[in-house]
Write a protein that binds this ligand. Sequence first.
Ligand code: OOG
Ligand code: MG
Length: 254
Amino acid sequence: MSTHIDTYAERLDTAALKAEATAQISLENQLSIDEAYQIQKASIDRRIERGESLTGYKLGFTSRAKMEQMGLDEIIFGRLTDQMDIKKGPLELSNRIHPRVEPELAFRIKKDIDKVLDPADAPEYIDAVCIALEVIDSRFENFKFDLADVIADNCSSSAYLLGPWLDPKTDIRNKQISYSLNGENLHTGSTDAILGNPYDALIEVSKMSIKYDAAIKAGHIILAGAATAASYVSSGDHLKVSFSELGDLSLDIK
Ligand code: OOG
Ligand code: MG
C-alpha cells in the first residue's frame, strides 16, 4: 500500500482518537475517489487492529436536505464499528470535536450481499428495520470538506443509536419525521426524503459494496442516510426525533 494512503489514514484516525480537528487533505493533495476510499479502509483497519469490529456500513448524501446542507451531491458510503454504537446514550462530548446529530433509518441484513441488488430482490435481504440517529463528527476543521476529504474521513461517522428492531415488513415509506432539540422543533421531513424511497438505500449500498470490494454480510447494519439536515449539539441538550407510527428516539448530550 502506498505511503500517502497510510499517512492520511493515520492522520484521520489520530484526529478522531484525540478529538482534535485536522486540516482538509484537499488543501494539500487532490485525492481521487479511489484513493479516498483506500484511506477510509486503512483508517478503519487501524480501529479493527485495536479490537473494534465492523458492524456494517452507512450511506451519506441520500437526501436533498443533506446534499444542500453540505454542498455535495454524490452518494458516499462509510464503515461502522461496534464502538460507534452508543446504545441508549448519553452522547459523550469529551471524545468528539463538533458533533452533529441526524435522523436515519437502519436495515439489518439477512444474508450476504454478493451482487448489485435490484428493487425486487431487496426484501429477501432485510432481516429487520429500525429508526436510528447518527452522530457525525467531521475530523476536518470547521466541518468543511470536499468529496474526497469526507470519504477519506469515513463520511464523518462517529456514533449511531438504533431503535428497537422491527419486523422487516413494517411500512417505513413516507413517515413524517420531526426533530426537536430542547423542545424546539428544528427540522421536519419524511422517510421518503431518503432517495425518494428508503429501500433504494440497499440498492445503492450493494453497488458500493461491489465497486469498492466492501463485503456486506448477514447481520450487518446499513444506515440509509439522514432524512433531514443535521444539527450541532452541546452539553446538556436533550434531543428527540419522532418518526410517526414508527416511534421516537431521544438522546441526552453529556
Ligand atoms: C457527511 C456524512 C453524511 C448522511 O446521512 O447524509 C451522512 C457529513 O454530512 O458530514 O451521514
Ligand atoms: Mg448520516
